[in-house]
Design a protein around this ligand. Structure first.
Ligand code: NAD
Length: 420
């Protein structure tokens, strides 16, 4: 079987939604392809005096709803099709949260682990030197993604500011708080996911203070999710895992101990045996819990294991954890899935708040960030739920319907396509 590349998957998801919405062919064609993409070569003087040329991309997928927004990845296996797919998904994610933004994404083919700090800084500045005329607060606003950090955003913002001759804090988000970053950005993805889990629990009549939660992936998103589940809901985290395997305790895990074990031994699996039982990642997915949070990789719930998923709620903090066949099985079995581009949209939402604060030259208190994030996530969740009921479709299809409808509406109002 030929494996679909990520952009073909993104186009297929759009095609399915276009069928539900009965979109005209010309509208489908506009939405199936990026509006604009830039391919660049970035020469970098290396520490040994040689010059290496890195390939980079910036894709601006659709800006009907506003300037495009999306992260920049530094990754050795980056491809233009991955960047196109991620830019498409950013378009739908921003529209679903009703942010006045379109979707974009960038990438550089490189292995940052092999670069010195000095080389990394030159590469980051070099990327901006190549793309600066195409980005900016009113055009396209990058952010961090895989292997790019707040420090890299700071260098990029500084380079852009030098090129334009003014302090352009709003040209990029995910910056350190001292130079225009937003409070609350660190755990925004997990926190946004928590608000959607709270709404789903209300709908299903689940008391989260008595709920058992399993989390696959104890990295940035998963670890923050574990602590927030405890802090916000007093829920019991019974299982967590990482790439080496997982641990389980039906009375609830000691999260601090798990964090210490992970930082000392690079995995949670080495937690003391008296308090935990070892489990595999496969077993974790099938545990009898109320909430399963996927916060690791793609394609972990498949048609093979989906029939055995016992969780009442599957919250997708990771991108693409459920295959299309598994989606149908979960839907038919009554498992409530909070789809990735809804569940993990807290990050881009707080990035948007960062832009707004930069424009106003004002720093919001963290409570204000949480409150605004809660309102956006709750409203997006309710739109998806209502659409899922109205069209009798699963939550992922419903999220697409809400998002694509908003982009199409904007294109109509701007006169890009004919009004009907
Ligand atoms: P991370 O690298 O910090 O953590 C990933 C975790 O997954 C690690 O604990 C790793 O050990 C674990 N893992 C890797 N392979 C695994 C496997 N085979 N089985 C189980 N666990 C495995 O990454 P992150 O930033 O937490 O991102 C996790 C997911 O959430 C990704 O899909 C990412 O795209 C998505 N996401 C993250 C953010 C964010 O703000 N961090 C925003 C949106 C989406």
């Amino acid at each position: 079987m030929v494996e679909l590349n990520p952009f073909e998957i993104a186009q297929k998801q759009l095609d399915d939604c276009a069928e539900i919405l009965k979109l005209d062919d010309d509208v489908r064609e506009i939405l199936r392809n990026p509006m604009r993409e830039l391919h660049v070569s970035i020469p970098v003087r290396m520490d040994d005096g040689t010059t290496r040329v890195f390939k980079g991309f910036r894709v601006q997928y659709n800006d009907a709803k506003g300037p495009t927004k999306g992260g920049i990845r530094f990754h050795p296996e980056e491809t233009i099709d991955t960047v196109r797919a991620l830019a498409a998904w950013m378009t739908w994610k921003c529209a679903l949260l009703d942010l006045p933004l379109g979707g974009g994404k960038g990438g550089v083919i490189c292995n940052p682990k092999e670069l010195s700090d000095n080389e990394l800084e030159h590469l980051s500045r070099g990327y901006i030197d190549q793309v600066w005329q195409f980005i900016g607060p009113d055009k396209d606003i990058p952010a961090p993604d895989v292997y790019t950090t707040p420090q890299i955003m700071a260098w990029m913002m500084d380079e852009f500011s030098k090129l334009t001759g003014k302090n352009e804090f709003g040209c990029i988000t995910g910056k350190p708080v001292t130079i225009g970053g937003s409070c609350g950005r660190d755990d925004a993805t997990a926190r946004g996911g928590m608000y959607t889990i709270r709404e789903a629990a209300k709908k299903l009549g689940i008391d989260l203070s008595k709920a058992k939660v399993a989390i696959q992936g104890y990295g940035n998103a998963g670890c923050n999710a574990a602590f927030l589940c405890r802090e916000l809901f007093d829920a019991k985290i019974v299982a967590i895992s990482d790439s080496k395997g997982g641990i389980y305790n039906e009375d609830g895990l000691d999260l601090e101990l798990a964090c210490n074990t992970k930082s000392d031994t690079s995995t949670v699996v080495n937690s003391p045996r008296e308090t935990t039982k070892k489990i595999t990642n496969e077993e974790l997915i099938e545990l009898d819990v109320d909430v399963l949070i996927t916060a690791a990789l793609e394609n972990v719930i498949t048609k093979e294991n989906a029939p055995r998923v016992k969780a009442k709620i599957v919250a997708e903090l990771a991108n693409g954890p459920t295959t299309p066949e598994a989606d149908e099985i979960l839907y038919n079995n009554g498992v409530h899935v909070i789809p990735d581009f809804l569940c993990n949209a807290g990050g881009v939402t707080v990035s948007y708040f960062e832009m707004v604060q930069n424009i106003d030259r004002y720093n919001w208190e963290v409570e204000e960030v949480y409150d605004r994030l809660d309102r956006r996530m709750t409203s997006a969740y309710r739109s998806v739920l209502d659409t899922s009921k109205a069209y009798k479709i699963n939550m992922r299809q419903a999220a697409y319907v809400v998002a694509v409808n908003r982009v199409v509406e904007s294109m109509k109002l701007r006169g890009w396509i004919k009004m009907k």
